[in-house]
Design a protein around this ligand. Structure first.
Ligand SMILES: Nc1ncnc2c1ncn2[C@@H]1O[C@H](COP(=O)(O)OP(=O)(O)OP(=O)(O)O)[C@@H](O)[C@H]1O
Length: 420
């Protein structure tokens, strides 16, 4: 079981039932090798790529305008890119908020290939559609574990949130189903692996590279907040890179529809905002705090309040001064001071102009936001995907377990997952 030296894994030994996700350490085997060795070093440049798909923006605008409330449907539009097509055995109609995406798939539609990652409640497999031969990711969660870890509501929220969202920098879920022991989510397969892996290999990102990823994530957060969704688990492990090097936010296990405030203590210790640590009511502002921690970690290679003891991490989150390595640019220090701000009335992103204040900050001065959204910015790093769509070279190998999927027997927890 891998314990990342730069992540606080101590929490799994503590009895903090509301933070179950942190009880499981990061399992990805990371080599602390320098990307230079593999000619995979991320570049310093941010350039404009005139060839990137304008069509995707129009599609996103269309899809965003289709996101409505209960009782309505969203029809996805097919484009020329393979991931824009659902496995063809099923309807392309997606029902949202409180409606079902279930019943359209089952295990016989897919071949299960290798494991891509493991999480607290199950694992994610690479799968291949028997109908169109394309690859997808299948997230499998064990009902019993979800119940044991008191994550039923979060799991149902994850499905709900993923069935609502549609954004270039957010993972797309095509549908869900269940058997008597597991629930299943079919998602696009994102070949480039986690930003976490790239960051550990690179040690840290140059300022323009961190800015590029931050800009794409900023737009994803802005979008989620516009739907009153708080993400609550921003960290490099949850940011995947597509084959071109653009980000995809994944793992909506803590995402929640929160029009006003909420109280649940959840997240990953190094990234948790002080108002969450001190169990005060909180809102979207927690994502802007985590956004600051993310930028800090990308630039420094470690988080600002890291401690091997989780309780000390929490103490530091509440009280320690924010210190910067000497190589941080002045405007980076300034945006971080404003994002990683304990005073909610002063935290960037939480002020009157919301995300606009973040986007207008001098650290982002050269960013043309429309071009970022349109994916018109050339990516700093293109994952070396040589084998095409099913390439798994960017993922660690996991020991494969014997799987018992598809059994339709006694189902004591089925009533808790009716939407799947
Ligand atoms: N759509 C995808 N394409 C490729 N890989 C994926 C995809 N979704 C997830 N993964 C891989 O599987 C890992 C686990 O997925 P995810 O974080 O969603 O599971 P989880 O059970 O919620 O995990 P955790 O307990 O760490 O929060 C990810 O970190 C990533 O490496």
């Amino acid at each position: 079981m891998y314990v990342d030296p730069q992540r606080n894994n101590e929490v799994r030994k503590l009895n903090l039932p509301a933070i179950q996700k942190t009880e499981i350490p990061k399992k990805h085997q990371q080599e602390q090798s320098n990307m230079n060795d593999n000619n995979q070093q991320v570049s310093d440049e941010m350039e404009i790529d005139p060839d990137t798909e304008q069509q995707e923006v129009q599609k996103q605008e269309l899809e965003q305008s289709q996101i409505q409330h209960n009782e309505q449907t969203v029809t996805t539009k097919e484009t020329q890119t393979h991931t824009d097509k659902p496995p063809p055995a099923v309807s392309t109609k997606f029902l949202i908020l409180g409606k079902k995406t279930s019943g359209k798939y089952n295990l016989t539609d897919f071949q299960i290939l290798r494991t891509l990652g493991t999480g607290s409640f199950g694992r994610v497999h690479l799968i291949r559609s028997n109908h169109n031969g394309r690859f997808y990711a299948l997230k499998v969660l064990k009902k019993q574990t979800i119940v044991k870890l008191k994550q039923v509501e979060h799991t149902n929220d994850e499905r709900r949130m993923l069935s609502v969202v549609s954004h270039p920098f957010i993972i797309r879920m095509w549908g869900t189903f269940q058997d008597s022991k597991q629930i299943f989510m079919v998602m696009d397969y994102i070949e480039g692996g986690e930003i976490f892996t790239l960051l550990r290999k690179s040690k840290r990102f140059p300022n323009p590279v961190a800015k590029f990823y931050a800009a794409e994530i900023c737009l994803a957060l802005e979008y989620l907040h516009s739907l009153n969704i708080i993400y609550r688990d921003l960290k490099p492990e949850n940011i995947l890179l597509d084959k071109n090097g653009h980000v995809k936010l994944t793992d909506f296990g803590f995402a929640k529809f929160v029009p006003d405030v909420t109280y649940t203590l959840c997240g990953t210790p190094d990234y948790i905002a002080p108002e969450v640590v001190s169990t005060k009511p909180y809102n979207k502002s927690v994502d802007w705090w985590s956004f600051g921690i993310l930028i800090y970690e990308m630039l420094a290679g470690h988080t600002p309040f890291y401690d091997s003891n989780t309780l000390k991490t929490y103490e530091k989150i509440l009280n320690a001064p924010l210190k910067f390595p000497s190589f941080f640019h002045e405007d980076a220090k300034d945006i971080l001071t404003k994002l990683i701000n304990r005073d909610l009335t002063k935290r960037l992103g939480n002020l009157q102009d919301g995300s606009e204040d973040v986007k207008k900050h001098p650290w982002f001065s050269e960013v043309i936001w429309d071009k970022v959204l349109a994916r018109y910015i050339e990516t700093s790093y293109e994952p070396p995907i040589h084998q095409g769509q099913g390439d798994t070279s960017q993922f660690e190998r996991y020991p494969e377990e014997e799987i018992d999927y598809g059994i339709q027997g006694e189902d004591p927890y089925g009533f808790l997952f009716k939407e799947f």
